[in-house]
Design a protein around this ligand. Structure first.
Ligand code: SAH
Length: 460
């Protein structure tokens, strides 16, 4: 362990900054945010420093500037010689020093921080790669809910009360449930009142019997089309906090890999003809949620597009289980993106029709006149096996045989993505060879005619 991470209280402590440029200003702002009293020494000083420093000394650094009692010194000059002189003076006076951009001369390094005050994440690379630290910081920024600080403050207000009312074991369980369950969910959703009410109820219940102290709750999460990077941040957070994940076959393995490692995964929905029975799934969700499990119902694409999400929501509501919905990128949007087309276009399409094409009693059962309306892009969620019948049906109901059409299979999935272009007349034959059993989406409309095949790559 080359550096020990510590959080230092600098309120009303004297700190020294040697240097008067941009870098000095950045460090100064940070120290002032931490409540330090700043003294700046530099021949010329950035105007911004004047408003934050307690004293400014416009002259070269002298060893005597490192007085005993200085809590922290920062050398941020452009001169290696001056920086080294500051470091040496600090060593003699036993004052901790950070020399910007020189791990060798520093005995203190500034970490990268993710600030969710009062929650603070600080990390460093021991000076070996500031860029890596910045990248990691970006990842953490995305992962940690913006309102994490609110949750910490709420917990802080009840900490003493929990100590009074709960035995250590019950207390730990109580806090785990509060910080990962509905109290946290309400806080992150910006509903502080609901969060506090839920916390109070949880505290009463935990004290009473040690039974699961939180309201039963389920989160319906859209898993997107397959690429895990198309998950929303909220989806990622829900997956990271789940005890049980009930998912459909459509949800990709890569997406499931993003879940908490010891979350239980249950496949509840089949692929293709196999029916997912909402009533059965609802019963399972209710059972798990009432047992105090954090349940995520994970559905391909968006839960509300041909996912029977509405029926599940109604079932949960009837059972008195709170449901939250996290939307996802639906297949039509993903297919358009990978094909490089826009579903609307001011010259060609001012509406998008999202439909599903099912066989009912042998024939494809759709509302044909609506499907062939002009200035519209059609997105058909379907099994690939109805493609031929569908294209023929559209032409039979008045669509031009030359209307551009596109079949996108396994959109955004790591293997098997296939994009086949053509017209209503040509697409079924063009797509037939190699049609796998992955999910496939049909797009029809003038906008597809604007798609340019990528230029052939010619070796030079
Ligand atoms: N709720 C999902 C749709 C479920 S219905 C969503 O919002 O996307 C299943 C149909 O969605 C499949 O038959 C297929 O038509 C389409 N689909 C889902 N994922 C797909 C993908 N990655 N590529 C192409 N089509 C997809």
């Amino acid at each position: 362990l080359r550096y020990l991470p510590l959080f230092v209280d600098l309120r009303d402590r004297d700190c020294l900054i040697v240097g008067g440029g941009e870098v000095a200003l950045r460090k100064a702002r940070l120290l002032v945010r931490a409540g330090a009293r700043l003294h700046v020494v530099a021949p010329s000083v950035h105007a911004g420093l004047e408003s934050v420093a307690a004293s400014i000394h416009r002259r070269p650094f002298a060893d005597g500037d490192v007085r005993p009692g200085i809590a922290l010194a920062v050398a941020a000059t452009a001169s290696d010689a001056v920086n080294a002189q500051v470091a040496a003076a600090c060593a003699r006076a036993h004052v901790p020093v950070n020399v910007v951009d020189s791990a060798a001369l520093s005995n203190v390094v500034f970490p990268s921080i993710v600030d969710r005050d009062p929650v603070m994440v600080a990390f460093g690379t021991g000076g070996s790669s500031p860029v890596l630290a910045r990248l990691l910081r970006g990842q953490l920024e995305r992962l940690l809910p913006a309102r994490l600080g609110d949750l910490a403050r709420l917990a802080g207000r009840y900490r003493a009360r929990a100590v009074e009312q709960l035995q250590p074991h019950a207390r730990r369980r109580f806090w785990e449930r509060v910080l990962e369950g509905p109290v946290a969910a309400s806080t992150f959703a910006g509903d502080g009142e609901a969060a506090e009410a839920a916390l109070q109820a949880a505290l009463r219940d935990a004290g009473a019997a040690g039974v699961p102290a939180v309201a039963a709750e389920v989160t319906l999460v859209g898993a997107g089309p397959g690429d895990p990077e198309l998950l929303t941040l909220k989806a990622l957070q829900a997956l990271a906090g789940a005890d049980v994940i009930l998912h459909d076959a459509l949800v990709s393995a890569d997406v499931l890999d993003m879940a908490r490692r010891d979350a239980v995964r249950e496949l509840v929905g089949g692929r293709r003809g196999e029916r997912t029975e909402p009533a059965r799934v609802v019963a399972r969700m209710v059972e798990l949620a009432r047992a105090g499990q954090r349940v995520v119902r994970l559905k391909g694409g968006d839960p509300g597009i041909f996912g029977r999400g509405g029926e599940e929501l109604a079932g949960l509501a009837a059972a008195g289980v709170v449901a939250r919905v996290v939307p996802g990128v639906t297949a039509a949007l993903a297919a358009a993106a990978v094909a490089g087309v826009s579903l609307t276009h001011r010259d060609y399409a001012d509406s998008v029709l999202i439909v599903t094409a099912r066989r009912r009693g042998g024939a494809v059962d759709v509302d044909w006149p609506r499907l062939v309306a002009p200035r519209q892009t059609l997105a058909v969620y379907m099994g690939g096996e109805v493609l031929r019948e569908l294209c023929a049906g559209l032409v039979a109901h008045g669509a031009a045989a030359a209307l551009p059409a596109l079949l996108v299979e396994n959109a955004t999935l790591p293997a098997g993505q296939r994009i086949v272009g053509g017209t209503l007349a040509s697409l079924p034959d063009a797509a037939a060879p190699g049609a796998g059993d992955g999910p496939a989406l049909l797009l029809v409309g003038e906008v597809l005619g604007l798609r340019r095949a990528p230029a052939a790559v010619t070796p030079t």
